[in-house]
Design a protein around this ligand. Structure first.
Ligand code: NA7
Length: 547
């Protein structure tokens, strides 16, 4: 955009509605931020691309989509009434129930009246003279606010593979994050799935129950572990309701906001028999205990990680009947837990079905998509339906898709071209009054996300109350604070094996080749992050310039 165009966009936007704050996104973070700011007495407008609330749970309607977090640790904790009024039916809720929950929240707090649906913000420009953000939506709606708060989600910019002929396919194809609301009937159909991350695993194990023929196109396998989901009976329901304070305390104290606590010992120091027994127990228990409640050094010490990896490899070999197929399902390029662990329900057993075929794309790469299906180097697979479970341009992708211009007309995309630079993952120097919930280098990116969202939102709300009381109109992270935080993020990440393994945490994405690979999350844990945020606030927002 030229300076003249920019000025014109700014003045057009200035003629639109004015608010104290504009929030981008009506998912879990945007909804709660709206609730809090309204409570503070501010005028707020939320712009949301979808036709209703829910964010991730609005878009990801694919069969099998569900939590890997215990349902009762995932819901909002801020309202006792809400906690009392909602019963989760399963320990790990499926997408339809989660979306019903978020609709229930929207109804209960009458959130929709401040949300503009079907509205994607395409540009956001900071007006330096007025300390205000001007936004423009795809349909030309303009609005202005002192604060711009992004609640765009770390995994919402979905990506499709750059495979030749992709648009020529004559059957039905879709990305898991753009699933049709009316659903898809798989009964008896020839179905292909590209991608075997957490999403691919969920969709594969679900549709394998009804498809005619399933072909899975796998680049790298992941180490998966059993979810062990079950219904919540009425006695357990009552216990859950009675123990919410303890559940949330536990989450607050844990590294990633889960109910699982690590064993503080090193895996290598525990006698082999005891270690094996603990791993067997973790493998037989529900949820992320095996990832988050393992020995503390499994994601740090290579030897501990190797031992844990051996354990999981043995399990895969036990569960998959054909040894050649089992070998294809065992990752060779990373150890257990160094990428996101998909939780599964009879996923490995799917490959024992006579109507399921696993194609290892390293041996037999896709050459092109044809009108009839997928052509690999060795054969052509005719398909009725092709599912892209190919993931997201993680963490920074949703920011890159909006033209966000800060001081001097500089774009956030340019600023972050070599990797994000932020202060606390919530602010970027040169972008005053822009607050990034679950932004890059924020602990919420590696968290049982609503737990960390609540922390982010409450911190931002306190900041806005503080600014109002002190009559400040502009806040920007100082360059020094940003440099220090960014260095700290990389220093902490370098202590873990996660930073040494390409994954969406490190910005690896075949479909976004220009994306610089740097650690995008924050590995220091939620308690340390929360303490740091609290300390900054207690010291009059140290590290920020307030004017
Ligand atoms: P992920 O975890 O990024 O997985 C994407 C999968 O798609 C992964 O197996 C990729 O293989 C594969 N992929 C991506 N591009 C291609 C191409 N071009 N060809 C073949 N295969 C490809 O995304 P998910 O949606 O599963 O999960 C994202 C998060 O959402 C998840 O961690 C949860 O926290 C919720 P690769 O790994 O690159 O070998």
């Amino acid at each position: 955009m030229s300076n003249a165009q920019q000025q014109s966009a700014t003045s057009d936007a200035a003629s639109g509605e004015r608010y104290d704050a504009i929030i981008i996104g009506a998912g879990i973070a945007g909804m709660y931020q709206l609730y809090r700011l309204r409570e503070l007495g501010l005028s707020v407008r939320v712009f949301e691309t979808g036709t209703d609330v829910g964010g991730t749970w609005y878009w990801n309607r694919y069969p099998g989509a569900r939590f890997d977090s215990e349902s009762y640790s995932y819901g909002y904790s801020f309202s006792e009434d809400l906690l009392k009024e909602w019963d989760w039916s399963e320990h790990f809720s499926a997408q339809p129930e989660t979306l019903r929950y978020l609709n229930f929240v929207a109804d209960k707090f009458d959130l929709r009246k401040d949300i503009q649906f079907n509205s994607r913000i395409s540009t956001a420009t900071f007006d330096e003279a007025e300390d205000a953000w001007d936004v423009v939506t795809d349909d030309g709606t303009t609005a202005r606010a002192r604060f711009l708060i992004t609640a765009v989600g770390p995994l919402s910019a979905h990506t499709l593979p750059n495979i030749e002929g992709r648009d020529s396919f004559e059957g039905l194809s879709c990305h898991t994050a753009r699933w049709p609301k009316e659903g898809i009937d798989f009964a008896g159909k020839r179905v292909g799935v590209i991608g075997t991350g957490a999403t691919g695993v969920q969709v594969i194990q679900e549709i394998a129950k009804t498809v005619g023929q399933l072909t899975v196109f796998q680049l790298q396998p992941n180490y998966c572990a059993p979810l062990h989901n079950s219904k919540i009976d009425s006695k357990t329901q009552a216990e859950i309701h009675a123990s919410y304070p303890e559940i949330f305390d536990k989450c607050r104290a844990s590294h990633g906001g889960f109910i699982h606590q690590p064993d503080p010992r090193s895996a290598v120091e525990v006698p082999a028999e005891e270690r094996e027994a603990i791993w067997e127990k973790l493998y037989s228990e529900p949820g992320f205990g095996i990832w988050m409640g393992n020995f503390a050094d499994v994601l740090i010490n290579e030897e501990s990680n190797r031992l844990m990896t051996e354990f999981i490899v043995k399990k895969i070999r036990e569960r998959v009947k054909d040894p050649e197929v089992a070998e294809k399902l065992i990752p060779k390029d990373h150890g257990f837990g160094t990428r996101r662990v998909p939780l599964e329900t009879r996923y490995y057993e799917v490959y024992n079905q006579h109507n399921v075929e696993l194609i290892d794309l390293n041996e037999n790469p896709i050459e092109r998509i044809t009108p009839k299906g997928v052509k690999t180097r060795e054969s052509e697979y005719e398909l009725d339906i092709l599912i892209y479970a190919t993931g997201f341009d993680a963490i920074t992708g949703s920011f890159d898709r909006i033209e966000i211009r800060g001081e001097g007309g500089k774009t956030l995309k340019d600023k972050w071209a070599d990797g994000p630079r932020t202060y606390l993952g919530i602010q970027a120097a040169g972008f005053p009054n822009l607050l990034t919930l679950v932004g890059p280098h924020n602990a919420a990116t590696f968290c049982n996300i609503p737990r960390c969202i609540e922390q982010n939102v409450e911190w931002v709300t306190d900041l806005m109350g503080y600014m109002r009381d002190k009559k400040y109109t502009r806040i920007t992270a100082t360059k020094a604070a940003e440099d220090e935080w960014t260095k700290h993020v990389y220093d902490i990440a370098s202590l873990t094996l996660l930073s040494k393994t390409p994954s969406w945490f490190t910005g690896a994405n075949l479909n976004v080749p220009e994306k610089k690979q740097t650690f995008l999350a924050y590995a220091g844990g939620s308690p340390a992050y929360t303490s740091k945020c609290d300390e900054v606030a207690a010291n009059d927002y140290e590290g920020f310039a307030l004017e």
